[in-house]
Design a protein around this ligand. Structure first.
Ligand code: GDP
Length: 597
């Protein structure tokens, strides 16, 4: 939509850092910022709200021969300051990820860990190009550190032994990437970065390999993202809410990363809110005070305008309900309703498939809600309701309406529980799970469901009639009737006391009486197992009339029990009980094929 008054320019690609906890994300960001500062003079980096801008000139000074500035026309790299996949998924833009490119940090000794997998899943889902920083190479035994040098140069300073130890770790990592479905190689061997993932050995401690990492990021962006980086610098600004923050003197403010156009102090903006889009007039645009002026009382400096790509704090009325991850759009010269429609549409793109019955999920941002929903879908856990925000009494009320007991649950990711919701939870039959790692949240829920199932089956098993087939032993009639007392051998299954017993005649079960006692070697017992010989008292029949020595009898199984046994518990009962069950079912079904189905 460029016209004569608007000009296109190439913006800075936005870079996110992801990886498992303690693998060195924060250290790497600090090192990149620190090295940039020590390499260049003032202006080597610009600290934005929530992001750090490293200009091409600084990267080129750091990278030495690796970068020839004339090879690039992108202005540098904008690193998002908060590392981790949580911030990555929060920062959405037009339904995808805000970050144009990502660095996946992996501790070269540790290899893939749960959050590495989680990060990889998110990168795959959002189609974000990434490089792998194989971090902590300085911890290789016998490593001879070379502060800030490119990797090839530091390699030459290492012993044969150190080099081969590092290589071993690097290849193991490349193997893990390949298991995850990515063909990867050391970055200098990669011919086509669109097909292969480049692995850059680095140390966030010594800065070794950091020049290489910056070079690869620059190169990748230049090769594959130049077109996407072309923006209308005078156009209405577009960005994403990073965080909503209370700020003294300003009230609720929004920290945003702008990825298109320009935002000015006299602009009206539409920002995605909890209930509806917020339409407001900017009161101030704020940036951190430059380092030199940090002695002034004020933390922020007011600026007139901010052009993408950049981080900025927006002060305006009515921002308290703004949502992390929601869009920010400048209205300027356009119909306000169109802009509201755009913002609404962008919010609706969050596709969470909800079901009639399922769990309630809550997350702190739209992006994490989406990531959570996608992980739950994969784990085949249905969702009844998905919302951004802390856990409120209303969530408990909704969770309680779930049909299945195992769905009466709330899964909260990175959220708090409001005080009044805790009370409701205690009173309600609703389970709460909270965690800040999605995988763990799902694991906790799955464990709960399994345990619950097991407990339920145990109670069912306690109540259900166990099948048995048994034979009246010859010459073991101790009493004819009232009750008949006879010796029996259990042929299959478990003969329980107090059960009705039947004999089959032409496929029809004929009730012969009810057990009123079992004795094993003179002791009263409640049941007898297959293979055992016991004496039983049977109320009802007379030996020689309704029952005879040598007869085969069965425990009578109510149809409902037969059905549960066959369909749900066949793996929980013993093999001989199952055999007795099948024998019983075969007999019943010879007359009525649908019995117990
Ligand atoms: P994060 O949780 O991924 O942000 O990890 P941190 O940056 O906090 O690093 C975790 C720990 O590993 C800290 O104690 C760091 O000092 C250490 N660390 C990070 N990178 C390196 C590295 O390259 N070499 C060494 N030796 N230690 C590192």
């Amino acid at each position: 939509m460029t016209d004569d008054t608007h000009s296109t320019t190439l913006r800075t690609p936005i870079v996110a850092v992801l990886g498992h906890v303690d693998h060195g994300k924060t250290s790497l960001l600090d090192k990149i910022r620190g090295s940039a500062v020590s390499e260049g003079e003032a202006g080597a980096i610009t600290q934005h709200i929530g992001a750090t801008d490293i200009p091409l000139a600084t990267i080129s000074t750091m990278a030495g021969e690796l970068v020839q500035p004339e090879d690039f026309d992108l202005p540098g790299l904008l690193f998002i300051d908060t590392p981790g996949h949580h911030s990555f998924s929060t920062l959405r833009a037009r339904g995808g990820a805000l970050a144009d490119i990502a660095v996946l940090v992996v501790d070269v000794n540790d290899g893939f860990q749960p959050q590495t997998e989680e990060a990889i899943d998110i990168l795959r889902r959002t189609g974000t190009p990434f490089v792998v920083a194989a971090n902590k190479i300085d911890t290789t035994a016998g490593w001879n550190p070379q502060e800030g040098l490119p990797i090839q140069e530091t390699y030459e300073e290492q012993s044969e032994r150190a080099r081969s130890m590092l290589d071993e770790n690097l290849y193991a990592l490349i193997g893990e990437l390949s298991d995850a479905g990515f063909s990867a190689d050391l970055y200098w061997r990669v011919q086509d970065f669109q097909k292969n993932i480049g692995v850059v050995p680095v140390s966030a401690m010594t800065g070794e390999g950091v020049p290489d990492l910056l070079t690869v990021l620059m190169g990748l962006s230049q090769r594959f993202m130049k077109e996407e980086m072309a923006i209308d610098v005078a156009g209405p600004g577009v960005g994403t809410v990073l965080e909503v923050k209370e700020e003294r003197g300003f009230g609720a403010t929004v920290d945003a990363v702008m990825y298109d156009g320009v935002i000015r102090t006299d602009d009206q903006v539409v920002i995605g809110g909890q209930d509806e889009p917020i339409v407001t007039d900017i009161r101030a645009l704020l940036q951190p005070q430059p380092l030199a002026e940090i002695r002034t009382e004020k933390q922020f400096e007011k600026v007139d305008s901010v052009a993408a790509a950049a981080g900025v704090k927006i002060a305006a009325p009515d921002l308290a309900d703004a949502m992390a991850g929601a869009p920010v759009r400048v209205v300027r010269d356009r119909d306000i309703d169109d802009v509201i429609t755009e913002v609404t549409a962008e919010l609706e793109e969050i596709d969470v498939d909800t079901a009639e019955d399922g769990v309630v999920i809550k997350a702190d941002t739209l992006g994490s809600l989406e990531a959570m929903a996608s992980a739950l879908k994969e784990a085949e856990i249905p969702i009844m309701r998905a919302e951004v925000g802390d856990i409120a009494p209303r969530d408990v009320a909704i969770a309680e309406t779930a049909n299945q007991d195992e769905h009466k649950a709330i899964l909260g990711f990175n959220v708090d529980i409001l005080a009044n919701a805790s009370d409701e939870l205690e009173a309600a039959d609703v389970k709460l799970f909270t965690d800040d790692v999605i995988y763990q949240l799902i694991e906790e829920y799955d464990t709960f469901v399994e345990e619950r199932k097991r407990a339920q089956q145990e109670t069912i098993l306690d109540k259900i009639v166990r099948p048995s087939r048994f034979r009246l032993l010859p010459d073991h009639t101790f009493r004819q009737n009232d009750p008949a007392v006879v010796g029996v051998e259990v042929l299959a299954g478990t003969l329980q006391n107090n059960r009705h017993v039947v004999e089959f005649e032409n496929g029809e079960p004929d009730r012969r009486g009810q057990l009123s006692g079992i004795q094993k070697q003179g002791e009263d017992v409640e049941e007898a197992r297959a293979g055992e010989r016991v004496s039983v008292a049977i109320d009802g029949p007379t030996v020689g009339r309704q029952i005879e020595e040598g007869d085969i009898l069965w425990t009578e199984i109510p149809e409902k029990h037969a059905k549960i046994l066959e369909q749900e518990l066949s793996e929980d009962i013993t093999a001989d009980e199952l055999e007795a069950l099948h024998g019983y079912l075969d007999k019943r079904r010879s007359r009525d094929p649908f019995w117990g189905k």
